[in-house]
Design a protein around this ligand. Structure first.
Ligand SMILES: [Zn+2]
Length: 214
């Protein structure tokens, strides 16, 4: 089984990927991680990538394809892959098809964790933590029992992360849409895109993903 998992920041993609790894023995292939590992290990592809990066250039699709091919070969035919952050372009999607086909594999599912942007803004901008003990709260969903007092430690100071603001969330959503726009239509035309409500409880999201894979 080989899948692509897509989801904007805040949709819980990391958690769901981890659960897929645990439940199905899949391996998560993040091109950034693979690149760093190959450079560190000094593989032929890693050395090529290192030279390109040291020259201040972007790593080519060809190098990324070689990295993925090496990784799939190392994993063995029995282990499926979760592609994370790749492909980003139509050309990369085409390369991925070729890489998989040459190893007797195919892409089975593209699963997108769908979010309602306004609800995501509310979820993220409302969260804050106790400055003393770190307990998490939310303006709407989890207020302290006594206003202004931490339930856990009785502290009165709270803090918010500076990037938990509406503008940042909407910018990240726009970036996510721009990144996935080139590839989603390709997979939609093949009928392998499935959308799951990323705003649901984590376990419910997992159950929906399991239903798609079943
Ligand atoms: Zn506290």
């Amino acid at each position: 089984m080989n899948i692509i998992l897509l989801g904007p920041p805040g949709a819980g993609k990391g958690t769901q990927a981890q659960r897929l790894v645990e439940r199905h023995g899949l391996k998560q292939l993040s091109t950034g991680d693979m690149l760093r590992a190959a450079v560190k290990a000094g593989t032929p592809v890693g050395l090529k990538a290192k030279a390109v990066m040291e020259a201040g250039q972007l790593v080519s699709d060809e190098i990324v394809s070689a990295l993925i091919g090496d990784e799939l070969d190392a994993m063995g035919a029995g282990t499926g892959a979760i592609f994370d952050g790749y492909p980003r372009t139509a050309a990369q999607a085409e390369s991925l098809d070729a890489i998989l086909a040459s190893r007797g594999r195919q892409l089975d599912h593209v699963i997108e964790l769908d979010v309602n942007e306004d609800a995501l803004v509310e979820r993220i901008t409302g969260r804050y933590t106790c400055a003393t003990c770190g307990k998490g709260y939310h303006d709407t969903f989890e207020k302290p029992k006594v206003e202004g007092t931490c339930d856990k430690c009785g502290g009165h100071e709270f803090k918010r992360r500076p990037d938990d603001n509406e503008e940042t969330v909407r910018t990240r959503m726009a970036e996510y849409r721009a990144k996935t726009a080139p590839i989603l239509p390709i997979y939609e035309a093949r009928g392998i895109v499935a959308r799951v409500d990323g705003m649901a409880q984590m376990d419910a999201v997992t159950a929906s993903i399991e239903a798609i894979l079943a």
